[in-house]
Write a protein that binds this ligand. Structure first.
Ligand code: COA
Length: 261
């Protein structure tokens, strides 16, 4: 399979495929191109019968994915903001969540905003002990728009999810493990080996049964009503002065002073 500039794909002989998001200078932030390439590569991997389990990670030691690319959307209006969330959910996050093969997020560093949302759309998560996770969108005058409002509450409960979202805080890997946000944690140097071991255990089971199991779990936890509400609310944020100030402050590397309108 082809290796793209923004995404490196490796397939081993045993049926595990590793996708590495490759924009380390921007902490692997998800821009439009990265989402498109991930969509194409994942679609291809899902239809390849030799691939049984897909691992997704980020290039470098610092970040899994530090969120959606703030520079790309800072000038968007409400309609563009709404389309950003809707397109991203359709092209990547729903594709991952509804995949018929197990997808494991291998969280090697910061998983923030869209990065944590990508990890939460995956079926399982493993993290290095140095990883940090959070949904900091409210510090930009936004809300999570790639499924975070729904999937975080499903994984860790409403109160803890709203605390993380409303404080824009970050938690470390140990805490993420304690509250069930990640399945396993490993020292950085053992992370990939740990992920491979989990993939190997999964590959002993029947592919058809795995697809049915994922489908059944997903039907029981169907977040589509909440995801639609999230898309609308995310778009509405783009019409506010708070959003303009929050994103500008990030790009100017200063603290935001929110006007509250
Ligand atoms: N979108 C676009 N660029 C991003 C980014 C994002 N989500 N996250 C990091 N970057 C870029 C930075 O702008 C910087 O680029 P530059 O070198 O051209 O200035 C580069 O990645 C390195 O990030 P930097 O902020 O300098 O690293 P740091 O170690 O000081 O801080 C973080 C690391 C993760 C705490 C910080 O980058 C951050 O807060 N990122 C945004 C997280 C976020 O709000 N995500 C949700 C987006 S909706």
């Amino acid at each position: 399979m082809a290796a793209e500039q923004t995404l490196v794909l490796r397939e081993d002989q045993s049926g595990t495929c590793l996708l590495t998001i490759n924009r380390p200078d921007k902490l692997n932030a998800l821009n439009r191109e990265t989402i498109q390439v991930l969509n194409q590569t994942l679609t291809q991997a899902l239809s390849d019968k030799d691939i049984r389990v897909i691992l997704i990670t980020g290039q470098g030691e610092k970040a899994f994915v530090a969120g959606a690319d703030i520079a790309e959307f800072a000038h968007f209006d409400a309609a563009q903001g709404k389309a950003l969330a809707a397109d991203g959910q359709r092209l990547l996050f729903d594709l991952v969540a509804n995949a018929t093969k197990p997808i494991i997020a291998v969280i090697n560093g910061y998983a923030l905003g869209g990065g944590l949302e990508l990890a939460m759309a995956a079926h399982m998560r493993v993290a290095s002990t140095t990883a940090k996770m959070g949904l900091p969108e409210t510090s930009l005058g936004l809300i999570p728009g790639y499924g975070g409002t729904q999937r975080l509450a499903q994984l860790i409960g409403k109160g803890r999810a709203l605390e993380l979202i409303c404080t824009a805080g970050m938690i470390d890997a140990q805490r993420a493990y304690e509250i069930g946000l990640v399945n396993h944690i490993f020292p950085s140097e053992e992370l990939m080996q740990g992920a491979q071991k989990l993939a190997d255990s999964i590959k002993k089971t029947a592919p058809t049964a795995l697809a049915q199991a994922i489908g059944a779990v997903n039907v029981g936890l169907d977040p589509s009503a909440g995801l639609n509400a999230e898309i609308k609310a995310f778009g509405a944020c783009f019409d506010t002065e708070d959003f303009k100030e929050g994103t500008q402050a990030f790009l100017e590397k200063r603290k935001a002073q929110f006007p509250g309108r």
